[in-house]
Design a protein around this ligand. Structure first.
Ligand SMILES: [Zn+2]
Length: 161
């Protein structure tokens, strides 16, 4: 939450985020509706991520909007099928599974084209081999710095394996 933001419920019980500076009230989208809403905005014209995000932001707010939109476009068959750089690498299979969050497999997917200007995005996929829990973190490149940044985000959230 930025400064000047408040969350409250409106008369219909919809949770809204209020930006006091701009005097804007924007409904907070429930997680269950995120995929459907992104697809409604994106799929009509297969907009790039900036435009998709801009349109979504004018009507909704939810935590992790940026990452969700990047993930969606990176996985959009139509957006990626025209893009020649795409490649997937297979994840390692026969890894010893010791316990939850003990053995992680990770790999980059991509590159993905995420807008009309040809901006490139990668997704670092991390899988817990024990539970098959998967997290996908968008990154700007496959550099060591970006990998460390992405993993720190993950370890901040779930702890260090
Ligand atoms: Zn698309």
């Amino acid at each position: 939450m930025g400064t000047g933001d408040k969350i409250r419920k409106d008369t219909d019980g919809i949770i809204i985020r209020i930006n006091l500076k701009k005097n804007e009230w924007i409904p907070i989208l429930s997680k269950a509706l995120v995929q459907k809403t992104i697809s409604e905005v994106h799929d009509a014209a297969h907009l790039g991520y900036k435009k998709t995000l801009k349109r979504l932001r004018s009507s909704f707010y939810w935590q992790g909007m940026y990452a969700d939109v990047l993930r969606y476009i990176s996985a959009c068959w139509k957006c990626q099928s025209s893009f020649k750089g795409k490649q997937y690498t297979a994840l390692p299979q026969n890894i010893e599974k010791e316990g939850i969050w003990q053995t992680l497999a990770m790999d980059f997917c991509g590159p993905f084209k995420i807008d009309e200007e040809g901006t490139i995005n990668y997704v670092l996929v991390v899988i817990d081999m024990f539970t098959k829990f998967m997290e996908a973190i968008p990154t700007g490149s496959m550099s060591t710095d970006e990998t460390i940044r992405a993993l720190s985000l993950l370890f901040n959230r779930y702890g260090i394996p």
